[in-house]
Ligand binder design. Structure first.
Ligand SMILES: [Fe+2]
Ligand SMILES: [Fe+2]
Length: 454
């Protein structure tokens, strides 16, 4: 019985927590471990909500560099979450359990501000929320005992290093926001006032469930997770009506199609994986917090892969306009339960593991042709992708949990691979054989490169 009570006490979150006697009853002087725990949880949830805020808005910006920056900011917030989560688990009061969610007031406050009518308004809200978070860190820093709570303070010190990055990012969008457009400028001013009111309300009612929020402005939001991700004009989209139905990676019109350097173009295309991951991060609710921490890292990795690809293409004298690029599959409430688990599972159970064969052969070819950077970037790529395959094993089945026929990681893996083969027209009798032989399965789902040609 005692054991059961102990377990239960770890399954509570800040919404339900009945606190034991805390600082208030002892004259507000010394934080007990349980007080630190509770305060750190608030910071943890603010970091989580900020990561969703940034990730959900990345698809709204029509610029791959900026989308990537936002995904990186989101990832940095999850690094903070990871460190805080570990520390919270050390302190009395319960860890962040699998079912824990942000306090209602945080969820509602962030939701209100995520409905920004423009990019500048979003940037303003992001900066104001980051400022509120940093103030909360600073306040707690002064309240914590420098010896007793040193492990928490050490985490704050590391987080402080990122604060400049978080505060500087919005600057370029807000300094001269709509300065030449009086009507929009007025809208922006109302938005800034509204943002400040929402944040004040959130701070005053951090643990309340029924909060009276300021009246929302009567303006239309353009984010988060727009129905169509904003395209970047520097990356012309592949349009089946103009360019034919051909699969970009299998029957590529790329000027590098006859060269091993096509691998670099493939790296560059990974920005669409990154953007789909951002939709996934924002759209999938109620997963354990470790899922979000892993998905944020996965998303940031795909951003890096596309960045290394684009950088190398440019070094080799190409421009992104020389190639065609696939658009991102956006999120709608209809496709969330079907397309997204499948997208994630196909990525981590077919595309990524299959890519290893091609990458290893490309690495050998790049070394042979004396192209060290292209070889090394694919070597780093493999390290990242190996981790993504592990993430897929860990979370693929859980994402499918609500679909009754997907139960274990192994059955999900087989179903996803079989589906992939059906999509490329393989007969049922052959599918069974192919599932037993991983390299030949990959042969059906991906095209070989011309390794002997640089
Ligand atoms: Fe990748
Ligand atoms: Fe990956």
């Amino acid at each position: 019985m005692a054991e059961q009570i102990e377990e239960e006490s770890f399954a509570i979150d800040i919404d339900q927590m009945e606190l034991p006697p805390a600082v208030a009853e002892y004259g507000n002087v010394h934080l007990r471990p349980v007080d630190s725990n509770r305060r750190l949880k608030q910071l943890f949830w603010l970091e989580f909500e900020l990561s969703r805020f940034a990730m959900g808005w990345a698809p709204c910006f029509p610029d791959w560099d900026i989308k990537g920056e936002l995904m990186r900011l989101a990832y940095l917030h999850t690094i903070h979450m990871k460190a805080l989560k570990e520390r919270i688990g050390e302190l009395a009061g319960g860890g962040i359990n699998e079912r824990a969610r942000s306090p209602v007031s945080f969820r509602e406050g962030f939701q209100s501000l995520s409905l920004a009518p423009g990019l500048a308004e979003f940037a303003f809200a992001y900066r104001a929320l980051v400022q509120a978070l940093l103030e909360a860190y600073r306040k707690l820093e002064f309240e914590m005992d420098p010896i007793l709570d040193a492990p928490s303070l050490d985490i704050f010190r590391l987080i402080e290093m990122d604060s400049r990055t978080h505060l500087e990012w919005p600057e370029r969008f807000i300094r001269f926001a709509y300065s030449e457009q009086p009507t929009l400028n007025q809208r922006y001013t109302s938005w800034t006032l509204y943002t400040n009111q929402v944040i004040l309300t959130m701070q005053r009612h951090a643990e309340d469930k029924a909060v009276k929020w300021p009246t929302p402005l009567a303006i239309e939001a353009i984010g988060p997770v727009p129905a169509v991700a904003a395209p970047d004009v520097r990356f012309p989209l592949h349009d089946p009506k103009i360019h034919g139905e051909a699969n970009l990676l299998r029957d590529s019109s790329s000027p590098l199609n006859d060269s091993v350097k096509q691998m670099i173009y493939i790296n560059a295309t990974e920005m669409t994986s990154a953007e789909s991951m951002a939709y996934l991060y924002y759209g999938v609710q109620n997963m354990p917090m470790d899922f979000y921490i892993d998905v944020a890292r996965h998303t940031w990795d795909e951003v890096r892969h596309s960045q290394m690809g684009v950088r190398r293409l440019k070094q080799l004298g190409f421009q992104t306009e020389h190639f065609l690029w696939a658009g991102t599959q956006a999120l709608t409430s209809d496709n969330l339960p079907t397309i997204f688990p499948e997208f994630y599972a196909t990525l981590t159970m077919v595309a990524e593991p299959c890519s290893f064969f091609k990458k290893r052969k490309s690495i050998d070819a790049f070394w042979k042709f004396g192209d060290a950077l292209s070889a090394v970037q694919s070597e780093f790529d493999i390290s990242d992708e190996r981790m993504h395959v592990d993430f897929g094993q860990k979370w693929g089945a859980k994402l499918f949990e609500h679909m009754e026929d997907f139960e274990t990681a192994k059955s999900v893996q087989e179903k996803v691979r079989a589906q992939r083969l059906r999509n490329v027209g393989v007969q049922e009798t052959e599918i069974e054989q192919l599932l037993k032989n991983f390299p030949s399965l990959c042969g059906f789902t991906t095209k070989e490169l011309v390794y002997d040609q640089y």
